[in-house]
Design a protein around this ligand. Structure first.
Ligand code: AMP
Ligand code: GLY
Length: 430
């Protein structure tokens, strides 16, 4: 007889990334899941808990009340707010970096300092606190201009443009908003960077503060419209694996990026535990880091976890408890996965909310298709409506990228959301 040991997990977040995490965690029948604040999709997989997820004490209390064996923090805002610190202080294993370690994502200037110390290849950059400094840096690099808000901006703080006036206008907007950064003594800062050519990849590396375990690489589509036109967004689609990438890509990223950064963070006295999201460009001059995130990427998680063939909970628990060196490396399905984001009218600007969302069941009747919720809610009478910018992530899994892509787009074809937008070229021709 097999005795089932219950593993209680509290998952923090409410996007399609968290729905994907919830789905992977509950594939293990031992998992008992609570999601806070969750969404109508995660509600089908576990209990939903209304909670202020930026309040570390409240999250720690909720974890204690439910007898959580593990807390998994999805989004960046609670990480930067120190939720992981509060949960760990309560003696509960927590997957995610402390507030101090999350600065790798929370401050682009700090990330640049860590990379310089660890000799990690990245774009040359100037951290500027005045518009005069920005103008000088912009003219030193020449076009295309890359201007980044130093702080968190949900993937929308970066402008890449050939238009010098537009570059300076974005810098001015960043410099005049509230909030600062300790690297620049509290002044709002802008990072002006050298332009990196070449395809982008995302590689998630789990870390327990010492050891590093890579997941499979994926590619994200950041621009709103087909052909990489339009503004940057949080991400409009993704696919995995990357058949075109060099065979030794993961090993290169581990050796040249992830391990040196994890080592440097430990040396600084702020060990990095959780997922180090390495956003990279494969440039004509070699691998370069574009950015780090201190969390799983959205929508890449939706495709990476669709291919994971071993239990996710074990990996996350091992990372949270300093035992990553002891676990079996993850196993991967040979299948490919593609996700297409269905966004609301107006995204990434002023989004329209409250539109009726239908067709999810019909999409999921298709072989290889599942639909993950992000910006959805139930209205007063229990109908599903849109409530955010990225509303759904439709995932297709198939024997190769062409099959996975066909499945994902067949699924999108069955979704009805008035005024919705999606790209039609995710994973096309790969
Ligand atoms: P980030 O928030 O730093 O990931 O930037 C968002 C997006 O802007 C990236 O995914 C790239 O597509 C683009 N980007 C950022 N930095 C650069 C750069 N130095 N050169 C070219 N594109 C960049
Ligand atoms: N897919 C980009 C991000 O999660 O930041």
């Amino acid at each position: 007889m097999v005795t089932l040991v219950r593993v209680r997990i509290l998952l923090i977040g409410s996007g399609a990334r968290e729905h994907a995490l919830a789905r992977a965690l509950t594939l293990d029948p031992a998992t008992e899941l609570v999601v806070a604040p969750g969404n109508p999709g995660t509600a089908q997989l576990g209990r939903t808990l209304p909670l202020d997820v930026l309040d570390g004490a409240a999250v720690a209390a909720a974890a204690r009340d439910m007898g959580a064996d593990l807390v998994v923090v999805g989004p960046e805002a609670p990480l930067v707010a120190g939720v992981v610190d509060a949960v760990r202080d309560a003696g509960i294993p927590c997957f995610g970096p402390t507030r101090a370690a999350a600065r790798l994502e929370g401050s682009k200037a700090f990330a640049k300092e860590v990379m310089a110390a660890a000799e990690v290849p990245t774009a040359l950059a100037h951290v500027c606190t005045t518009i005069e400094e920005v103008a000088a840096a912009v003219d030193a690099f020449g076009p295309p201009y890359v201007i980044k808000d130093d702080g968190l901006a949900a993937g929308k703080g970066v402008v890449v443009t050939d238009d010098r006036d537009a570059a300076l206008a974005h810098a001015r907007a960043c410099l005049t908003k509230d909030g600062g950064d300790p690297v620049t003594d509290g002044a709002p800062a802008v990072v002006v960077e050298e332009f990196l050519d070449g395809p982008e990849i995302s590689l998630f590396c789990l870390s327990d503060g010492t050891d590093v375990l890579p997941l499979e690489p994926a590619q994200d589509f950041k621009r709103l419209a087909d052909g990489d036109a339009g503004p940057n967004t949080g991400g409009m689609g993704a696919y995995s694996p990357l058949p075109w990438a060099p065979q030794d890509l993961t090993e290169q990223v581990l050796e040249r990026v992830a391990r040196p950064v994890v080592h440097e963070m430990a040396r600084l006295g702020t060990p990095f535990t959780g997922v180090l999201y390495c956003g990279l460009a494969l440039t004509s001059r070699g691998l370069r880091v574009i950015e780090f995130n201190a969390r799983f990427g959205d929508p890449e998680t939706q495709v990476v976890l669709a291919r994971l063939a071993s239990p996710l909970g074990e990996l996350l628990h091992a990372a949270a408890t300093g035992r990553l060196g002891e676990v079996e490396p993850p196993r991967w399905s040979p299948d490919a996965a593609v996700t297409v984001v269905v966004a609301a009218h107006g995204y990434p600007g002023q989004v329209r909310k409250g539109d009726s969302v239908s067709g999810i069941d019909a999409a999921e009747e298709l072989p290889g298709v599942h639909v993950l919720h992000a910006g959805t809610a139930l209205d007063g009478v229990g109908n599903l409506v849109s409530s955010g910018g990225r509303v759904l992530s439709v995932v297709g899994v198939g024997a190769d990228l062409a099959a996975a892509r066909a499945a994902a787009y067949a699924g999108v074809g069955r979704i009805d959301l008035p005024g919705s937008q999606h790209r039609t070229d995710i994973a096309a021709g790969r």
